[in-house]
Design a protein around this ligand. Structure first.
Ligand code: C2E
Ligand code: MG
Ligand code: MG
Ligand code: MG
Length: 282
């Protein structure tokens, strides 16, 4: 009987694996359709200068409104888009969409505005990534390359190879800035900070979310900020949710803040409203 039971468990396991594979195939099919049918949209989350509280940048964050599935968050489809290679065309769409929006914001509301775009390691590792097309697009939209920040994760530094180094090099030589996202969560050693000329470190939300006066994370955040500044790198704190977290980070010399405390991710139209309001402030 025990043997039968064991066999049945394997059978159940097989069925679950098959169902899993099936649902991934369907998700991938829907992803591909979604790109054709323009089901993706970008939200934008303001990044504020800590000292003044003013919005200086925004991070573009993808959303997917699938007719049957409803709103799907990036965590639920980016991994599959990466595995399937779909992230390359999707990433091109994200880039083009964000830059068209940035051109409007810069000409109409804030001439020195900039945008951060998340770029997957898979995009940078791909020979299909057309960096030249990206640079041409910037030129065509009259956006200086400094107004674009590319967010990469520590995983990128781990997986990087000749192609990704070349891609990053091309973008950086053109003047595009680089941010190291989710800093502190990866496996990379600090020496990676020297390998690429990083402009910004984004302290991961996991260090910020427990930040309060009595927390050991205060020392961690302070240390990251001091180290970054000594390397000439500016610091963005992610996931700032409370006044206390904001104050601690401000006192520690953090340059920029991002999080629900300032503003959650919003639509492009809502972002435009925020920029209008900022212009009205004295
Ligand atoms: P990320 O780049 O670290 O983006 C920050 C995430 O933190 C966003 O989640 C944002 O909504 C969330 N967040 C911001 N402030 C707060 C806060 O105060 N509290 C909490 N609890 N969360 C906060 P989102 O939009 O779900 O994106 C998740 C991840 O998916 C991103 O992490 C990024 O790795 C990836 N992603 C998002 N958009 C894109 C994209 O356009 N391309 C690529 N390749 N990846 C993307
Ligand atoms: Mg990011
Ligand atoms: Mg992040
Ligand atoms: Mg994060």
């Amino acid at each position: 009987a025990a043997k039968d039971k064991g066999r049945n468990q394997f059978a159940v396991f097989d069925i679950e694996m098959e169902q899993e594979a099936q649902s991934r195939r369907m998700l991938l099919r829907d992803l591909q359709k979604g790109l054709d049918k323009k089901e993706f949209l970008l939200y934008y989350q303001p990044i504020v200068a800590m000292q003044t509280g003013k919005i200086v940048k925004a991070e573009a964050l993808i959303r997917w409104d699938q007719p049957l599935r409803g709103r799907v968050n990036p965590g639920d489809f980016i991994p599959l888009a990466e595995e399937s290679g779909m992230i390359v065309p999707l990433g091109n769409w994200i880039f083009n969409e964000a830059m068209q929006q940035l051109a409007v914001w810069r000409t109409q509301y804030k001439s020195d505005f900039s945008i951060s775009v998340n770029v997957s390691p898979v995009q940078l590792l791909s020979t299909d990534l057309d960096c030249k097309q990206w640079l041409e697009k910037l030129a065509q939209l009259k956006i200086p390359s400094q107004a674009l920040v590319i967010e990469i994760t520590e995983r990128m530094l781990l997986e990087s190879d000749k192609i990704s180094d070349e891609n990053i090099n091309t973008l950086q030589t053109a003047g595009i800035e680089l941010a190291l996202d989710d800093f502190g969560t990866g496996y990379s050693s600090l020496s990676y900070l020297k390998r690429f000329d990083i402009n910004y470190i984004k302290i991961d939300r996991s260090f910020v979310c427990n930040l309060h006066r009595a927390s050991e994370d205060v020392a961690l955040c302070q240390a990251i900020i001091v180290m970054a500044h000594q390397l000439g790198i500016q610091v963005v704190a992610e996931g700032v949710e409370t006044q206390e977290q904001h104050s601690i980070l401000l006192e520690a010399g953090c340059d920029f803040g991002q999080g629900y405390w300032y503003c959650k991710p919003i639509t492009a139209a809502e972002m435009t409203q925020r920029l209008v309001q900022e212009n009205l402030k004295i």
